[in-house]
Design a protein around this ligand. Sequence first.
Ligand SMILES: [Zn+2]
Length: 157
Amino acid sequence: MREKMCTICKEPFTYKNKSKQYCSNACKQQALRNRQKVKLKQSAHSTEELNGKYNVELINRMFNTCIKQTEAMCKGISIHYSIIIFMKEMIQSLKLNAPVDSKLKKQLERMKGIMTTLYKYSKNNQCEYGYVCFDQLTSDKTLNAIKQIKRHLQSRV
Ligand SMILES: [Zn+2]
């Protein structure tokens, strides 16, 4: 009979069969539980990663929709004040959910600045029914800022 150390309790034990790794059934059970725990941890981790990925895809998609809507608003159509508020809130939520220190977050921060400007403009220039139409200067400024945001989002840096 030979002796070796149990991989779980680290106590020496005697063995006949070379493949035996544990001193007792209790240690064998413990080893099994350890393996299950690791597996569980791994799957939790990958689910987290997957959720993160879908989140970013969703944020990107909604961000793009907001950009298109804002561009449309700058083309002389009048829009209801409540839409501006809705979009301002939307951008804020997207920003809060974007990955920390990401390119996406930075551009959402810029977009938030644009929406705040448009919001202030709407507050002061809406008609009695709550509709607003941006003047040439505001439209040009907005479209320019959006062009830059789009460029940053597309760049791979
Ligand atoms: Zn043991």
